[in-house]
Design a binder for this molecule. Structure first.
Ligand SMILES: [Zn+2]
Length: 102
């Protein structure tokens, strides 16, 4: 199994941490701990739309092809990426489930 170079490992670590840092900021905002605070509903609404766009892009990239495989990662569909998103959205404690059921 090929291993990546230390430089690549560092770049991957930085990329992942940048994504986590942005998600942390979004979560802090939603919880009222962000710099904007809960008093900026317009910013919160735009942030939710941005997060939905991110999820749509990931799901779109991992769409099924004519052979029933993920066109992006070539796993059987639903691939692990789509399965993870679906599982998270079907968590009975999530607001997504409450939105669909209301
Ligand atoms: Zn996939």
């Amino acid at each position: 199994m090929p291993t990546i170079s230390p430089a690549h490992a560092r770049a991957f670590w930085l990329l992942r941490n940048e994504i986590y840092a942005q998600l942390d900021e979004a979560e802090f905002l939603a919880m009222g701990f962000g710099e904007w605070g809960i008093s900026d509903p317009e910013a919160i609404g735009k942030l939710i739309c941005d997060l939905v766009t991110v999820i749509r892009i990931v799901v779109g990239k991992h769409s099924e092809d004519a052979e029933g495989r993920c066109g992006f990662c070539n796993s059987s569909w639903p691939c692990p990426s789509v399965g993870s998103i679906h599982d998270a959205m079907r968590d009975p404690e999530s607001e997504f489930v409450k939105l669909v059921e209301s």
